[in-house]
Design a protein around this ligand. Sequence first.
Ligand code: PGA
Length: 256
Amino acid sequence: MNARTPLVAGNWKMHKTVEEARQLVWAMLDGLRAVPEVERVLCPPFTALLPVAQMLLGTDIRLGAQNMHWEEEGAYTGEISPRMVAEFAQFVILGHSERRAYFGETDDMVRRKVHAALSHKLTPIVCVGETLEQRRAGQTEAVVRGQVLAALDGLQPEQAARVVIAYEPVWAIGTGEAATPEEAQRVIGQVIRPTLAKAFGHEAARRVRILYGGSVKAHNAAAFFVQPDIDGALVGGASLDPEQFPAIVRAAAARA
Ligand code: PGA
């Protein structure tokens, strides 16, 4: 029995109208309900949060947003606040590499969002990971360590323990070229968890769930979940596939 409940989250990114979202959830619902030992989180776009929340009523499948602002409310045209997200969702993905790369999200913005999420009882799924250039330059450890420390800066150990971290090497996202399970385990087990232990103590570090993300599919998921420090996955493309996503969840059940 692993002390950390496995977690598989589906990041739908900018896909699915309300009607398409309903169809996808219907197609996956039975498969997802059948695996209660894994924490399952669907992260549709904002416009589909309410309809998906209604479909998940009475199930133990959780809902997450893909981003949010850190302020409660105010003159921030086009933004969604933590209070608004918390009306529907229990999780929020923060600092995804696409937000960092295309929307100028900085470590400091991610840190503010992490604090805001925790104070609204949302579980942040904080994404970290190196680019291909950084990897080639031998900077993976420094980049990942820096992103983790920046995002969690100022938290108390018991707050840090509630955060979920997703290690997503940028070069593996949407490319079909996943990291090897051994590589992912090395970064997660030898860089991320020790960084957490140093900053927040061993007990908090032991409790933090750390996911791998980047081209996780039904056929390769199990190999990640046998690694001692990989507690689940953040799944992009395959989370839109009603066969593959429940299959990835089933693979994670082996860790429970
Ligand atoms: P992918 O995306 O599974 O399509 O590689 C993962 C992510 O961006 O979270």
